[in-house]
Write a protein that binds this ligand. Structure first.
Ligand code: NAD
Length: 484
C-alpha cells in the first residue's frame, strides 16, 4: 500500500498515526497518509529557519532561479508520474489534468523565477532641507518561513502557485496539502531532493485542519506568514491564529460567482463558456459559475442549449475516452452536494436536468458521482443561490437591463470572479467596472496570464497574488535612504 510520508529537513518521515487515502472513482483505499503532529511541525519550522540562515539564505538570485527552472524541468520530465498521482487523488479527467494541472504546476516555478530576476525595485532622489541630496532605494528581503495551506480541487496547481513565488523570493515553505490529496506535494519533495534544493526549504506536513497539522502549523509562533487557499470559514479560523504575533496572511477563499449572458452574445461561445465554468472539474473550481443570469430574449434558447451540453457530458473515470465529468472528491462532499440538490427542490426549483446521482457500472458504483444539474425558478433569497455548493450545478435566472444584471451579480457576500458574455464593447467595460470581484472575464473564463493579479474581493479573499503582486506578499520591502 502506498505510504504518503511527511518531508522534513530533506528526509521522508513516517509517523505512528495514519489515515486512509481513498480514490473518489470507487472509494477504494489507495494509500496511508502519515499525519504530522506537534513534534513534526516543530521540527519542520526549526529546519526551515535553519535553511534560511544557511546555504539557501546566501544563494544569489540567479542561482536560486536556476534551481527553480530545474524544478520545473524535473516536473516535466516526470510528467506522467505527476499526472498519475493527481488522477489517483482526484479522479478528474485525464484531458483536464494533462492540459491544466500538471503543466501549470511546472510553469509556476519558471514564471515566478523570471519575475523575481527581472522586476526592479523603486528608487528616488530628493533634495534635503539643507540643500544636499538624498537617494532612497528599496531592498526586497524574504518574508521568512511561510506556511502554505492548500485545498484539494487543483492540488498541484494551487500549491505551486504559492510555493513557486515564495521560493523565488528566497523564503522557506512548509506545505500542508489537503488531507484528500496528499500525492503530488509528496512527489514534489522527491523533485526538490533530485534538483538539489537545500534541506528545509521545501517541506510537507500531512494531516487535517483543526487539532492537526493545519492548526498546529498556522498557530506556530515561528511561522512568519501564511498563504491559504480554501473555504472562507477556514480562512476566518486561520486569520484568528495569525492574529497572534500579527503575522501576514494571503487568502484565496470561496465564491458564488455570477455568469452574465447578454442577448447580443455569441450564443454558441457563451453556452460553451458557461458549460465549462459550471461543470469543469465537476464544478469544484473556486472560479466556477453557480449563478447564471441570461438576458430575457435569449433565456429559453440558452437554457435548452446548456441543458443539451450538460446531458452530453460523459461521466466517468479519468482514462475513459471522451470523459468530461469525473467524481466529486469524497463521500462527505457528495453528501453535501446531494443535500443541496434536495434543498433546491425543497426551495421550489424547476430541475431542468440532473438533480441526482447517475447510474454507474458496478465497478464504479461506490465512486462519488453526481449528475450535472441545472435549475431555474428559484428566488434570489434561496440558499442554493446564496451559498457555495462546489458541485457541477448552476441556477439560471432571466434579467432585463444591464443595471439589473449588475445588482444581481453583486448581491452576494463573495467577490471572487465573474464571466460576462456580450459583443458590445461598452457593455463589457461597464460591467467590468461595476461588478465587485477580483477577476472579471469577458467572453472567456479561467484564461490566465500569470503576470496578472489573482485574488478575491469581499469574503473571497485578502490580497492579490500573481506577477509582481506575489512579491508584495512573499517579501518585506525595506527602504534604504542615503544622505549624500
Ligand atoms: P478547506 O478550507 O476545507 O481546506 C483547505 C485546507 O485548510 C486543507 O488543507 C485543510 O486541512 C486546511 N484546514 C482546515 N481547517 C483548518 C484550520 N482550522 N487551520 C488550519 N488549516 C485548516 O477547503 P477545501 O474544501 O479543501 O477547498 C474548497 C474550498 O476552497 C472552496 O470554498 C473553494 O471556493 C476554495 N478555493 C478557493 C480558491 C481561490 O483561489 N479563491 C481556489 C481553490 C479553492
Amino acid at each position: 500500500m502506498k505510504q504518503f510520508l511527511n518531508f522534513i529537513n530533506g528526509e521522508f518521515v513516517a509517523t505512528g498515526k495514519t489515515f486512509d487515502k481513498r480514490t473518489p472513482v470507487d472509494n477504494r483505499v489507495i494509500g496511508q497518509v502519515h499525519e504530522a503532529g506537534m513534534a513534526e511541525v516543530d521540527a519542520a519550522v526549526a529546519a526551515a529557519h535553519a535553511a534560511m540562515k544557511g546555504e539557501w539564505g546566501r544563494l544569489s538570485v540567479v542561482r536560486r532561479t536556476e534551481l527553480l527552472h530545474a524544478v520545473a524541468d524535473e516536473i516535466n520530465r516526470r510528467f506522467d508520474e505527476f499526472l498519475a498521482a493527481e488522477l489517483a487523488d482526484t479522479g478528474k479527467p485525464h484531458s483536464l489534468a494533462s492540459h491544466i494541472d500538471i503543466p501549470r504546476g511546472a510553469a509556476n516555478f519558471k514564471v515566478f523565477a523570471d519575475i523575481v530576476k527581472n522586476v526592479p525595485t523603486e528608487s528616488f532622489t530628493m533634495t534635503t532641507p539643507d540643500g544636499g541630496t538624498a537617494v532612497s532605494y528599496a531592498l526586497r528581503t524574504p518574508l521568512g518561513v511561510v506556511a502554505v495551506v492548500c485545498p484539494w480541487n487543483l492540488p498541484l496547481l494551487l500549491m505551486t502557485w504559492k510555493v513557486g513565488p515564495a521560493l523565488a523570493c528566497g523564503n522557506a515553505v512548509i506545505v500542508k496539502p489537503s488531507e484528500e490529496t496528499p500525492a503530488t506535494a509528496t512527489l514534489l519533495a522527491e523533485v526538490m531532493n533530485t534538483v538539489g534544493i537545500p534541506k528545509g526549504v521545501y517541506q510537507v506536513l500531512h494531516g487535517f485542519g483543526p487539532g492537526s497539522a493545519g492548526e498546529f502549523l498556522t498557530r506556530h509562533p515561528d511561522v512568519d506568514g501564511i498563504t491559504f487557499t480554501g473555504e472562507t470559514r477556514t480562512g476566518e479560523a486561520i486569520m484568528a491564529a495569525a492574529a497572534k504575533g500579527v503575522r501576514p496572511v494571503s487568502f484565496e477563499l470561496g465564491g458564488k460567482n455570477a455568469g452574465i449572458v447578454f442577448a447580443d452574445a455569441d450564443i454558441d461561445k457563451a453556452v460553451a463558456g458557461i458549460t465549462r465554468s459550471a461543470f469543469e472539474n465537476c464544478g469544484q473550481v473556486c472560479l466556477g459559475t453557480e449563478r447564471v443570469y441570461v438576458q430575457r430574449p435569449i433565456f429559453d434558447t440558452f437554457v435548452q442549449a446548456l441543458k443539451a451540453k450538460a446531458e452530453a457530458l460523459v461521466i466517468g473515470p479519468p482514462d475513459q475516452p471522451g470523459v468530461g465529468l469525473g467524481p466529486l472528491i469524497s463521500a462527505e462532499h457528495k453528501r453535501k452536494v446531494m443535500d443541496y440538490y434536495a434543498l433546491a427542490v425543497a426551495e421550489g426549483a424547476t430541475v431542468v436536468t440532473g438533480g441526482g446521482a447517475p447510474a454507474m457500472p458496478a465497478a464504479l458504483a461506490d465512486g462519488h458521482w453526481v449528475q450535472p444539474t441545472i435549475w431555474t425558478g428559484l428566488p434570489e433569497s434561496a440558499r442554493v443561490i446564496r451559498e457555495e455548493i462546489f458541485g457541477p450545478c448552476c441556477h439560471i435566472a432571466p434579467f432585463d437591463t444591464e443595471a439589473e444584471a449588475i445588482a444581481l451579480a453583486n448581491a452576494t457576500d463573495y467577490g471572487l470572479a465573474t464571466t460576462v458574455w456580450t459583443q458590445d464593447l461598452g457593455t463589457a467595460h461597464r460591467m467590468a467596472a461595476a461588478i465587485e470581484v477580483g477577476l472579471c472575464w469577458i467572453n472567456s473564463w479561467f484564461l490566465r496570464d500569470l503576470r496578472t493579479a489573482f485574488g478575491g474581493a469581499k469574503a473571497s479573499g485578502i490580497g492579490r497574488e500573481g506577477g509582481v503582486h506575489s512579491l508584495e506578499f512573499y517579501t518585506e520591502l525595506r527602504n534604504v535612504m542615503i544622505k549624500l
